[in-house]
Design a protein around this ligand. Structure first.
Ligand code: 5GP
Ligand code: ZN
Length: 114
């Protein structure tokens, strides 16, 4: 838990948010500023700073996040139409929140990458 981290606060219930999915390690919420009809964020409840963290080495975190992405895609009706999973890293990507998270985006044709 990092005191000034918005996703830590959401994950631990300090900021009230509707969870699409939550277990003892990760949660999924709707993005406050969606870029598509479905835009979900999945992140660990524990503060993991970013993709290069030593804690991720050999860990099952990302596998679990991928597993949950399909689950929430199913819940929101985009499992069969398709979706994109995105992780932003650094300023050129537009990353805003420094707490590991994946975006699950879908509900319309997404075009090509880039
Ligand atoms: P990033 O740009 O860091 O990859 O993604 C951060 C995402 O978090 C953005 O898409 C932004 O809209 C979303 N976001 C920021 N603050 C909040 C919040 O308080 N609640 C929710 N649901 N989403 C947030
Ligand atoms: Zn955090």
């Amino acid at each position: 838990m990092l005191d000034n981290c918005i996703f830590c606060k959401i994950g631990n219930g300090e900021i009230e948010t509707e969870f699409l999915y939550k277990d003892d390690t990760v949660c999924a919420i709707n993005d406050i500023n969606p870029v598509a009809p479905v835009h979900i964020l999945i992140f660990p409840l524990e503060h993991i700073d970013e993709i290069g963290d030593e804690e991720l080495r050999g860990s099952r975190w990302m596998g679990h996040i991928l597993y949950v992405s399909k689950k929430v895609a199913d819940l929101t009706g985009i499992k069969d139409s398709g979706f994109r999973i995105v992780i932003n890293q650094g300023s050129d990507s537009g990353q805003e929140v420094q707490h590991l998270h994946a975006h699950v985006i879908g509900g319309r044709p997404l075009g090509s990458l880039g």
